[in-house]
Design a protein around this ligand. Structure first.
Ligand code: ZN
Ligand code: ZN
Length: 411
């Protein structure tokens, strides 16, 4: 007797002949050609008939209780209808399922008994539903980057399903052309966003933010249920973001529309931002960019323009002392120490250009490694940043105006 027949007989014995073609074929997926488990199952069944062991196909399957018969036209039609109702735009999908635990259990136990390692029943269920949907949707299942997930639940008597809409990511660069706007929505410190007298029942510390200026137009066009703004670092509220802008990713939750005219969308955003904020180079992004722009932000170089007020007048030749500012040891500034870990960091100043505005006022163009706090580089932050501008000029210095001119390199 060959090994296939031997295995088939063992299955026949364990299941008392109650096994469907799907579940039977699945156990032979490594040694028999398909295509598909049902065909494999049929071949094995014929093998058993030859050896006078008839497999009873009328009783419900020992493994799946004939679950595969529930994957029918009715289910597929209902899914298609639902997608139509939601008016969804998507170009990739994947199928997931929930199965009763005892089915998964029996499937695995059978594998253990037979000492085989083959795919689990869940994978086959997903694939079978996927194949049928592919025909209707005229799209192939995409495991890597599905825009929607069709989740079918077989745990109850009748299968039910949910359409999960994965987020859409757009990225671009933003300019902040006025001071006094935070990057993201900032909940009121006192009421934590619930709304109180202090915040005028807005629940916010600031009326608007870069996020809140950009998001509404995006949400409208995509018909999403919410959004999240991820910046490549952030400038202080009183700092402008100029030059080529700061990279950001906007994540739109449950978007129904994905086929966007990004040029029109940028125009619409910029119209609504009324010159306070401007969006450049808006494009589609993959999910990984959300984390990537955050991590690269601390390593990419930045260029700042600072207006600096000095306690006493200095002569212009003192400015050359600024070239001593190369490697900076900076302890977490007092200003942010309540929300950031207290630690030392070393950051490189790549270049400083200085000009006198008057005898006690300077303009500095500072190019540095990411992650250096500029206001403290100027003041010295009570000795927490060394060396610093105050120290090398020999008089206390204070940043009165700061703009970011460049973040990272242009791609
Ligand atoms: Zn079965
Ligand atoms: Zn409040």
């Amino acid at each position: 007797m060959d090994s296939k027949t031997e295995k088939a007989l063992k299955i026949n014995e364990i299941t008392k002949g109650r096994i469907c073609d799907h579940c039977l074929g699945r156990k032979f997926s490594k040694e028999l050609e398909g295509p598909g488990n049902p065909l494999r199952g049929e071949k094995i069944r014929n093998l058993l008939r030859e050896s006078d062991k008839i497999v009873d196909i009328d009783a419900p399957c020992y493994v799946c209780q004939d679950l595969f018969q529930e994957i029918d036209d009715k289910l597929i039609q209902a899914i298609i209808e639902k997608i139509k109702d939601l008016n969804l735009e998507f170009s990739s999908f994947v199928v997931g399922c929930k199965l009763p635990l005892e089915i998964i259990d029996r499937d695995e136990k059978l594998n253990q008994n037979l000492e085989v390692v083959v795919e689990g029943i869940k994978k086959e269920v997903n694939r079978e539903i996927g194949k049928l949907l592919e025909k209707h949707l005229k799209q192939e299942v995409d495991f890597d980057d599905p825009q929607i997930v069709i989740m079918v639940n077989f745990k109850r008597k009748k299968p039910s399903f949910k359409i999960q809409i994965n987020p859409l990511f757009l990225e671009g660069r933003y300019l902040k052309l006025v001071r006094g706007i935070p990057q993201t929505k900032w909940p009121c410190r006192k009421c934590k966003g619930r709304g109180c007298e202090q915040c005028g029942f807005t629940g916010k510390m600031y009326n608007e933010s870069v996020e809140e200026l950009i998001s509404p137009a995006v949400l409208e066009k995509t018909q999403g249920t919410g959004s999240k703004f991820h910046g490549a670092g952030r400038e202080d509220i009183d700092v402008k973001m100029l030059g080529k802008g700061r990279p950001f990713v906007i994540e739109i939750k449950e978007p129904r529309k994905r086929n966007l005219n990004l040029k029109n969308l940028s125009q619409e955003i910029n119209k609504r931002c009324q010159g306070k904020v401007k969006v450049l180079q808006l494009k589609y992004a993959k999910k990984f960019r959300k984390a990537q722009i955050k991590t690269t932000s601390s390593t990419t170089s930045k260029t700042y323009q600072a207006r600096v007020k000095l306690n006493k007048a200095i002569s212009e030749d003192k400015l050359k002392n600024l070239q001593k500012l190369t490697l900076i040891k900076q302890r977490t500034p007092l200003r942010v120490s309540h929300r950031r870990a207290d630690k030392f960091r070393f950051r490189e100043v790549k270049n400083i250009k200085a000009g006198m505005i008057s005898s006690d006022e300077l303009e500095l163009i500072i190019k540095t490694e990411g992650g250096l706090y500029i206001k403290e580089l100027i003041s010295g932050d009570k000795g927490r940043t060394i060396p610093n501008v105050s120290e090398v000029l020999g008089t206390p210095a204070r940043c009165v105006e700061l703009d970011v001119l460049e973040v990272g390199d242009q791609d």
